[in-house]
Design a protein around this ligand. Structure first.
Ligand SMILES: [Zn+2]
Length: 310
C-alpha cells in the first residue's frame, strides 16, 4: 500500500447528509472507498460554471457550506490549510480534505472575494474552467492569456500560500502563468497530449515547463483524456504516468482522478477511489521501486504542498 493524495474530485456538488458516509450509487467517492483505497488527502473542488446568471459567488459559497459541513461533521476528516496541518495529518489516522476552486468566475472580478475564499480554506485555485473569464482564456475557447486581474490574483495565490492550478486554462494562459509563477504550480487533473491528443492534455513543452517549476501533473481518469477509443482501463492511466515519468521524471507526476466529474464510464479497474491501490500494483508489476511509487501516489504533491502552503 502507498497512500494517495488525489488533487481533484467534483464530489461537493453531489453531497447530501448521508451519502458521503455510506456511499451512494450516484457517487464515485465516499468515506468507505477513500479508506479502502488508502487515500490520505482528497482535494474537493468548487466548480461554478459561468452560466450561473451572475451569482457565481453565491453558488460557490453554497458548495463551500457543504464542504464545511462535511469536514466539521465527519470525525475521520481533517481540513488541511497549512504545513502544520499536513504534519498533524501524517501523524494521525485521519483523512485530509483540501478545498480547491476550479474556475475564477466565482470571484466575480472582485479581489476581496479571493480573500474570503482563502479564509474559507481554499488552498488551490485555477483561473478558469474551459471558458474565458475576467482572469484568463480557457482551453474551450483557447484564445486569450491572463488578464491584469488574473495576474494580480495568481500573485496573490503565491503570496497567501495557495497552489496555482493550470488545468483547463488556454495555452497562452499556461505560458503567462509559467512566466509569472515563482513557486511550483500544478495541473491538478490533466494528461499527456503525446499519449492522447485532446485539447485538455499538455504538450511536451508544457510538461517541460511544469518540471522547470518543480510542479506536477495529476493524471486524470476521464476516458476521453486517456485515449481516443471511447473506453479505457487502468492500463491507460498507467500509460500516461509512464510517459510523463519517462519524459520529465517521476518527480513530476501524481494523481488527479476527477472522480464525480466524469459523466461516462470510468476506466475499467478504476471505477471509484476504493480501487486506487490497483495503480500501485500495476506499477509494482512494471518494476517501479516502492520509493518511486510513493512519489507518484503522494510524495510529489507533499513536496509541492510543503513548498507552497504557509
Ligand atoms: Zn475539471
Amino acid at each position: 500500500m502507498s497512500y494517495i493524495i488525489d488533487t481533484h474530485c467534483d464530489t461537493l456538488a453531489l453531497l447530501n447528509k448521508n451519502n458521503f458516509l455510506c456511499g451512494s450509487s450516484n457517487m464515485n467517492l465516499s468515506l468507505p472507498r477513500l479508506i479502502r483505497g488508502d487515500v490520505k488527502l482528497q482535494c474537493f473542488a468548487v466548480c461554478v460554471h459561468p452560466d450561473s446568471n451572475g451569482k457565481c459567488f453565491y453558488d460557490g459559497m453554497k458548495l463551500i457550506n457543504e464542504y464545511d459541513k462535511l469536514t466539521s461533521n465527519t470525525h475521520m476528516l481533517m481540513s488541511i490549510k497549512n504545513k502544520g496541518d499536513i504534519k498533524e495529518l501524517l501523524a494521525s489516522d485521519k483523512i485530509g480534505a483540501m478545498l480547491t476552486v476550479e474556475g475564477g468566475d466565482m470571484l466575480e472580478g472582485n479581489k476581496d472575494n479571493f480573500d474570503i475564499l482563502f479564509e474559507k480554506g481554499m488552498r488551490m485555485f485555477s483561473p478558469t474552467w474551459n471558458n474565458s473569464n475576467c482572469l484568463c482564456g480557457g482551453i474551450g475557447e483557447n484564445s486569450d492569456g491572463l488578464t491584469d486581474f488574473g495576474k494580480e490574483i495568481l500573485l496573490r495565490c503565491e503570496e497567501k500560500g495557495v497552489i496555482i492550478d493550470v488545468s483547463h486554462i488556454s495555452e497562452k494562459g499556461f505560458w503567462d502563468t509559467a512566466e509569472l509563477a515563482s513557486k511550483p504550480f500544478i495541473a491538478s487533473h490533466s494528461n499527456a497530449k503525446s499519449v492522447c491528443s485532446n485539447k485538455r492534455n499538455l504538450d511536451n513543452k508544457q510538461l517541460e515547463a511544469i518540471k522547470a517549476h518543480s510542479g506536477c501533473v495529476g493524471v486524470n481518469f476521464y476516458p476521453p483524456f486517456l485515449n481516443n477509443s471511447g473506453k479505457a482501463s487502468t492500463d491507460d492511466i498507467i500509460r500516461h504516468i509512464e510517459y510523463i515519468a519517462s519524459y520529465i521524471g517521476i518527480e513530476y507526476v501524481s494523481i488527479g482522478s476527477d472522480f464525480d466529474g466524469v459523466e461516462n464510464d470510468l476506466p475499467k479497474g478504476m471505477e471509484h477511489p476504493g480501487k486506487l491501490q490497483n495503480l500501485c500494483e500495476r506499477l509494482r508489476k512494471l518494476n517501479y521501486s516502492e520509493s518511486d511509487i510513493d512519489l507518484v501516489c503522494h510524495g510529489n504533491m507533499l513536496r509541492i504542498m510543503n513548498c507552497v502552503l504557509k
